[in-house]
Design a protein around this ligand. Sequence first.
Ligand SMILES: O=C(O)CCC(=O)C(=O)O
Ligand SMILES: [Fe+2]
Length: 204
Amino acid sequence: MDLFNQDFDVLRNYLPKDGTVHFYGYVLSQDMATNYFQKLLKSIEWKNDEAILFGKRMVTSRKVAWYGDKAFDYRYSNTTKLALPWTKELIELKELVEQKTKETYNSCLLNLYHDGSEGMAWHSDGEKDLKKYGAIASLSFGAERKFSFKHKITKEKINLLLTHGSLLVMKDETQTHWLHRLPPTKKINTPRINLTFRTINKLC
Ligand SMILES: O=C(O)CCC(=O)C(=O)O
Ligand SMILES: [Fe+2]
């Protein structure tokens, strides 16, 4: 199968209303995606995520990292994180994503899910330091995982499969009206890395 010969309509909006989601399918060959996956596993400063929930400090088994143009701080799940400077691979991937989505980004939040027991609960990426209605581009490596959107009022659901080397973008009012999640699954026992490129307003 020629993975570049896919007929994804990149202009298609996967959301029926109140936001825009485009799925680009594979934007890297499978060999290149595997190469990046292995390099990212090694070169990124992965840390267990910390969040303050109901006043309690929680540590997730999923690992995270945050990189950006400047060492700006970013409030996320009630904790503050300092961005690390871009690595070579992240700059290459940022350029690829910017070229595909025709948008620019100044930071990237990375997630490492060790297996299907790790996921991310329903949320929207509406932190106040994020550019309002800015695009969020999500690049996936490793295990194929289901990704879901749920409308905040109507509860309509949209499901997508995020494959190795594929790119998704969420923009316009998506974060205002839709939640998204990465559901845990018993079917997957291999790791996945996800990169979400974003634009942070506040630079320090
Ligand atoms: O892992 C994913 O595909 C989604 C990650 C996500 O929603 C986030 O980091 O805000
Ligand atoms: Fe998110």
